[in-house]
Design a protein around this ligand. Structure first.
Ligand code: GLU
Length: 417
C-alpha cells in the first residue's frame, strides 16, 4: 500500500505539517505521533451453526491528556490496527477542535457484519466488551457507534459491561438507545453538525445554498441523515446518493423517504426507481454545489481531486481526502470542511450524553440542537480564522487549533516541558 493510502501515515504527515508551523518541541511531537496505549484482543464467538470463530479486535487510546479517550467502534472486514490508530488520532484532534473535555480513542473488530446473524452480532459485541471492558469506563475511555455499529450494538455492550461491574454503567458507552441512557438528538448529530458547518461555509463564502444541489457518497447513519438535513436545514436538492453497492442520480432531486425505504428493503440505494445509475467514482465528480463524502477513507486522491467540481466539500466520513488531494483542492479554491470539524457533531452529542448520564437528568432535543449548534459554529470560525491567520488550508488550520490544545494539556500535566 502506498503512503497516499496508508491512513496512519497520512495522519502522521498531517500532524508533522502542523507541528512544524507550531514549532512543537521534539518530545511533544513524538508523543503525538504514536498512540499512548493499545489493546489487541482475540474474541471466540459461538456461531449459529455450533462452530466457534475467533475474531481479532483492537482498542486504541491515542491520547487522554484532555480527558477520557473517546471514539467509535467499527465492525469492518478490512479493519487493521493502523486504521484504528489513525481513527483514534483523528478523534484526539476532533474532541480538541470542538473543545470538549475528552481525549481520542477508537476500536475495531475485523469481521463482515453483513454476514453475521443478529444473534452472532450480539455475541460478538458482548465478547468484545468482556475483553476490552477492563480498559473502558466513563473516566477512562468511552466507545460509541461508527461504521457498521449502531445503538443496538451499544445497548448490548453497555449491558455486558454493567453485568461485569454489577451496576448500570451508562456513561461508559454513548450512542445508546434513548430509553437506556441515550441522548435526544444523538442519532442525526453527525450529519446535523456537518450541515451547520456547510451553512457557515456558505455564509463566509457569501453564497446562498437554497435551491442549490448536493451529492452524497455513503448512505449509512451519517449519509442518510445528511440527505434529510441538507434538504430540511439548507434547502439543497440532493441529486445523487450512493452506498457500497452503487449509486443513483436524478437531476430533479432524490426524495429522502424513497431512498431510505429502498435501502431498507433492498439493502442498497442502487436501483431506486426514476433515477439513473451512477458509480461512486462519478458521483464525486458531479457538478454540484456541495459534495458530501460520507462513507470511507481515501476516496478523494491525487487521481480525481482535479475533477471535483463542487464549491464546498463537506467531509462527513473520516479521512476521505488524501494530503496530495488536499493541496489540489486548496489550489483550485474548493472550500473543504475537514472531517475533524465537519463530522464532530457525533462526538459532541456523545459528550452531551456522558454529561446527562453522569447527572441523571436528560435534555430536550431542542436543547441538544442549540448546544450542538453553538459548539460547532464556534469551532468552525476558529478554524476558518486560523486558516486566514496562518495562510493554510482548512485541514491544517483544524490541526493547528486542536494540536495546540492537546500539546498545552500535556505540558500543563508535566508530561512534556
Ligand atoms: N464514531 C464517531 C466519530 O468518528 C463518533 C464518536 C463518538 O461519539 O465517540 O466521530
Amino acid at each position: 500500500m502506498g503512503t497516499e493510502h496508508n491512513i496512519f501515515s497520512i495522519v502522521q504527515q498531517q500532524l508533522d505539517e502542523a507541528a512544524a508551523i507550531l514549532e512543537l518541541d521534539h518530545a511533544t511531537h513524538q508523543m503525538l505521533r504514536q498512540p499512548q496505549r493499545e489493546l489487541h484482543v482475540s474474541l471466540p464467538v459461538r456461531m449459529d451453526d455450533g462452530s466457534t470463530k475467533v475474531f481479532s479486535g483492537y482498542r486504541v487510546q491515542y491520547n487522554d491528556a484532555r480527558g477520557p479517550a473517546k471514539g467509535g467502534l467499527r465492525f469492518h472486514p478490512d479493519e487493521t490496527i493502523d486504521t484504528v490508530r489513525a481513527l483514534a488520532a483523528w478523534m484526539t484532534w476532533k474532541t480538541a477542535v470542538v473543545n470538549v473535555p475528552l481525549g481520542g480513542g477508537k476500536g475495531g473488530v475485523v469481521c463482515s457484519p453483513k454476514e453475521l446473524s443478529p444473534a452472532e452480532l450480539e455475541r460478538l459485541s458482548r465478547a468484545y466488551v468482556r475483553q476490552v471492558g477492563r480498559i473502558i469506563g466513563p473516566s477512562k475511555d468511552v466507545p460509541a457507534p461508527d461504521v457498521y455499529t449502531n445503538p443496538q450494538v451499544m445497548a448490548w455492550m453497555m449491558d455486558e459491561l454493567s453485568a461485569m461491574r454489577g451496576y448500570n454503567e451508562f456513561g461508559a458507552i454513548t450512542g445508546k438507545p434513548i430509553p437506556i441512557g441515550g441522548s435526544a438528538g444523538r442519532s442525526d448529530a453527525t450529519a446535523r453538525g456537518g450541515m451547520y458547518t456547510v451553512r457557515e461555509a456558505a455564509s463566509v463564502l457569501g453564497i446562498s445554498l437554497a435551491g442549490g444541489t448536493a451529492a452524497i457518497q455513503g448512505y449509512g447513519n451519517a449519509g442518510s441523515f445528511a440527505h434529510k438535513l441538507a434538504e430540511e436545514l439548507l434547502g439543497l436538492r440532493v441529486v445523487a446518493v450512493s452506498d457500497s453497492s452503487g449509486g443513483v442520480f436524478s437531476d430533479k432531486g432524490i426524495g429522502v423517504e424513497s431512498a431510505s425505504e429502498h435501502k431498507q428493503t433492498f439493502g442498497s440505494v442502487a436501483g431506486l426507481p426514476n433515477t439513473s445509475p451512477i458509480t461512486n467514482e462519478s458521483l464525486l465528480e458531479l457538478d454540484v454545489d456541495v459534495l458530501i463524502p460520507a462513507a470511507l477513507e481515501s476516496v478523494i486522491t491525487s487521481s480525481n481531486a482535479g475533477s471535483i467540481k463542487a464549491s464546498i466539500v463537506a467531509e462527513l466520513a473520516n479521512g476521505p481526502t488524501t494530503p496530495s488531494a488536499d493541496k489540489i483542492l486548496h489550489d483550485k479554491g474548493t472550500y473543504l470542511i475537514p472531517d475533524l470539524l465537519c463530522n464532530a457533531g457525533g462526538v459532541t452529542v456523545s459528550y452531551f450524553e456522558m454529561v446527562q448520564n453522569s447527572y441523571g437528568y436528560y435534555w430536550s432535543e431542542d436543547m441538544v440542537h442549540e448546544r450542538l449548534d453553538a459548539k460547532i459554529t464556534d469551532a468552525f470560525h476558529q478554524v476558518h480564522n486560523a486558516s486566514k491567520e496562518y495562510g493554510v488550508n482548512h485541514r491544517v488550520a483544524a490541526y493547528l487549533v486542536s494540536v495546540s490544545r492537546v500539546a498545552e494539556a500535556m505540558r500543563l500535566r508535566g508530561w512534556v516541558s
